[in-house]
Design a protein around this ligand. Sequence first.
Ligand code: FES
Length: 141
Amino acid sequence: MGGSNPYIKEADVVLPTTKYRIRFEPEDPAVGEAIIVEVEPERIPYHETGQPGSILSIALASGIEIEHSCGGVCACSTCHVYVKEGLDSCNEATDDELDQLEEARGLTMQSRLSCQTVPNGTKEIRVVIPAWNVNLVKEGH
Ligand code: FES
């Protein structure tokens, strides 16, 4: 499922114009290794799920499974990740995203919904996938 949710305000997004990298790592290092994805602006949208250019869409297109029960339309909290580095180069969370995040387990100051978080490409991003999502990181990368 993809697209947008007509009941929420559009996020104020700036898409990248240059290549940048996202490092995805499981919260529990025993589960798997970090995966680094070089994001190419001309490939956006990477995937039909989530905001174009979102961390979720780039992850899914790169074989990194982050749960996304609502299909990336800001109507659940299953795509919760921690943006440990580069958060200030991402769009600000909308009130709708913050409302959904309140339902998320293990909320921190770096918590974001990956389907709603779009880096602008000016910084390297480090994303940690919470421990309860690690089984979903596909093996073989
Ligand atoms: S997939 Fe439901 S809010 Fe992101």
